[in-house]
Design a protein around this ligand. Structure first.
Ligand SMILES: Nc1ncnc2c1ncn2[C@@H]1O[C@H](COP(=O)(O)OP(=O)(O)O)[C@@H](O)[C@H]1O
Ligand SMILES: [Mg+2]
Length: 275
């Protein structure tokens, strides 16, 4: 098995994602004894964690437990934060994302992200969908119109924006902006999608839509979602991971983790007795 192929080599070997190591139902991403911090602050430590391929994994835990920092470690978004450091490793399909030669842009194409607050780019609505398509040269100009329509339809935004594709996204509602960001993330064809509390600032209807879409993305994609909403984690995830004080306390099948937690901290959290 070619378990040591760097991510970049896997990416540059063609349009078809090269799956190294695990097949469907295997491991998509893996943290190996990961510790991570900023300057003198250690935020995560001793993390050994596998993310199942084609599954939806929910990360839960109190505020400040390290969920966002961990999520951002999966596509090296922490790298640009001042005084960032890490020990241990993170693997994507068995290959280190920290291997020499891994290009961050190629990595982030494979491991996409939607943030807690919608962050459309300051360009037109269509431009947002096409930004990654152009940067990665995914398709020629003649396909742009079709791509914009298909991606906006996919997230249910087409009818609302079809007559203002060249307008600013900042005229859209917060929920619509988040749907646009989801469409933008999907437009480059990621293997893994990271969602950091994507529905926390949205109205319940849009939140429900995004929740359903996240569920519909698996098993074609691997999805990791941070959520404060325990009911949401229970509804949509296959696996749930409980973080507490920068450590993974417990990971399990979602029903098992909620109904029969193995650790006292998990039990306190899922029964609402901890922040
Ligand atoms: N750039 C940084 N410098 C120092 N500490 C940080 C930085 N980013 C996050 N932290 C700390 O890491 C801890 C975990 O934060 P975070 O990952 O955002 O938690 P969560 O998403 O679970 O609420 C917090 O104590 C936070 O203050
Ligand atoms: Mg967070």
């Amino acid at each position: 098995m070619m378990t040591s192929v760097p991510v970049e080599a896997a990416v540059s070997s063609g349009d078809c994602p090269v799956t190294v190591g695990a097949g469907a139902g295997g491991v998509s991403m893996q943290a190996k004894d990961l510790a991570l911090g900023f300057g003198s602050a250690t935020v995560l430590s001793g993390l050994d964690l596998e993310v199942g391929k084609g599954q939806l994994t929910a990360l839960i835990g109190p505020t400040g437990s390290g969920k966002t920092t961990f999520l951002r470690s999966l596509n090296r978004m922490n790298d640009k934060v001042a005084k960032h450091w890490h020990r241990g490793d993170v693997l994507l399909n068995g290959a280190s994302i920290y291997a020499p030669g891994v290009q961050l842009m190629a990595l982030r194409r494979r491991v996409g992200m939607v943030f807690q607050r919608p962050n459309p780019f300051p360009m037109s609505i269509a431009g947002n969908i096409l930004a990654g398509v152009k940067a990665h040269r995914i398709a020629g100009k003649e396909h742009y119109r079709d791509i914009v329509e298909a991606r906006l339809r996919e997230v249910g935004l087409w009818d609302a924006v079809r007559n203002r594709l060249s307008s600013s996204p900042f005229s859209l509602s917060g929920g619509q902006q988040q749907l646009l960001c989801l469409a933008r993330a999907l437009a480059v064809g990621p293997e893994v999608l990271l969602l950091d509390e994507p529905t926390s600032s949205l109205d319940p209807v849009t939140a429900g839509n995004i929740e359903e879409m996240a569920r519909a993305l698996v098993p074609a994609l691997t999805v990791v979602i941070v959520t404060h909403n325990l009911a949401q984690a229970r509804r949509i995830s296959d696996q749930t991971v409980f973080f507490y004080q920068g450590k993974m306390v417990e990971r399990g099948e979602t029903a098992q983790l909620f109904e029969d937690p193995q650790q006292p901290e998990t039990a306190r959290y899922v029964t609402g007795r901890m922040g």
